[in-house]
Design a protein around this ligand. Structure first.
Ligand code: DGY
Length: 319
């Protein structure tokens, strides 16, 4: 029987490509450029399956123009805000993602953002790198201590819980908001709050771990930022859509927030040029899951989903 044809629009790990080639006829975008709407539509007539990343957008308009040949979109990502899932499902196209396997890498990066923002990593690096470090005193480069501080987590899914586990190593007092309260074995002593606002009131550090949905767009707006204690630090390793960037910039500008650590932005790639003037905004280019082992695991999880589908089973991560 002919192998199903699979499109890999982005350069996934070598191990993923090697494994994919065993069971699929692989079409690889060697240029590794984001798949445009027209490319996705054109490719849908040539392939049975696609393994896109969050850089390929399956809007309702794109989905409406997909060729019936395409049967499954096996995302190489946990976030699926780049896909109109109801539209895909209405076309009978199966959609999957890659949960679990990137939780630790993303939580690790959130920890880096929190520490780097709190301890003024951007400013310190610049001083040393440019040769501008010419003095030292007890008042020099004083930051905010993480150990023992109060941490607010919005969204206690897999990544939020992995972040909480790492924060416990810093003896942080953990407060969280989630759509529903976790069972005690998952909560592990963290304090549940019934509203986001209630978490904000106590969060010296606030880390966002919820998906981007119509309900969470600009979740951190001016009103909510104002509820944080003075000198709080905001960390976002989830999605740029969650933060009103003008409001964040204003809160950084007035000193309401001591710092922010951001791995994602409203506009990607590129980020928000207005943030560059603020050395207390520690920024990274959406690399939360970018470790070698996690990239392999994401690719393999997407392939597991494809294999199940083509074996006539329901993929484990069907959405
Ligand atoms: C994800 O998997 O959602 C990460 O943001 C990388 O795409």
């Amino acid at each position: 029987m002919a192998k199903p044809v699979l499109w890999l629009p982005r350069k996934v790990s070598d191990a993923t490509v090697e494994r994919a080639r065993r069971d699929y006829e692989v079409i690889l975008n060697e240029a590794d450029t984001p798949g445009t709407a027209e490319e996705i539509i054109a490719m849908s007539a040539k392939v049975d399956a696609m393994m896109p990343c969050h850089s390929e957008h399956f809007s309702a308009e794109v989905v409406a123009r997909l060729d019936p040949r395409l049967k499954i979109v096996a995302n190489h990502s946990v976030g699926v805000d780049h896909c109109d899932i109801p539209a895909l499902k209405a076309r009978g196209i199966v959609v999957t993602n890659t949960p679990d396997v990137l939780s630790d890498a993303t939580a690790e990066l959130a920890m880096l953002l929190m520490l780097g923002a709190a301890r003024r990593a951007v400013e310190g690096d610049r001083l040393v790198r440019t040769g501008a470090w010419d003095s030292w005193s007890p008042a020099f480069m004083v930051g905010k201590q993480v150990t023992g501080a109060r941490l607010g987590i919005i969204g206690m899914g897999r990544v939020g819980r992995a972040f909480a586990a790492k924060a416990r190593g810093f003896e942080m007092e953990i407060h969280y908001y989630n759509r529903s309260r976790l069972a005690p074995e998952l909560e592990q002593g963290a304090t549940y709050h019934e509203t986001i606002e209630s978490v904000l009131n106590v969060a010296d550090f606030l880390s966002l771990h919820c998906p981007a949905t119509p309900e969470t767009i600009d979740l951190m707006n001016a009103e909510r930022l104002a509820l944080l204690p003075d000198g709080a630090v905001l960390v976002n390793s989830a999605r740029g859509a969650l933060v009103d960037e003008d409001a964040l910039r204003a809160a950084i500008g007035t000193g309401k927030l001591a710092a922010a650590g951001l791995d994602c932005f409203k506009v990607e790639p590129g980020g928000n040029p207005a943030f560059a003037a603020h050395e207390n905004i520690f920024m990274l280019p959406h690399i939360g899951s970018a470790t070698r082992s996690t990239r392999d695991a994401m690719g393999f999880r997407a392939l597991d989903n494809l294999d199940a589908f083509f074996a006539g089973k329901t993929p484990r991560d069907s959405l």
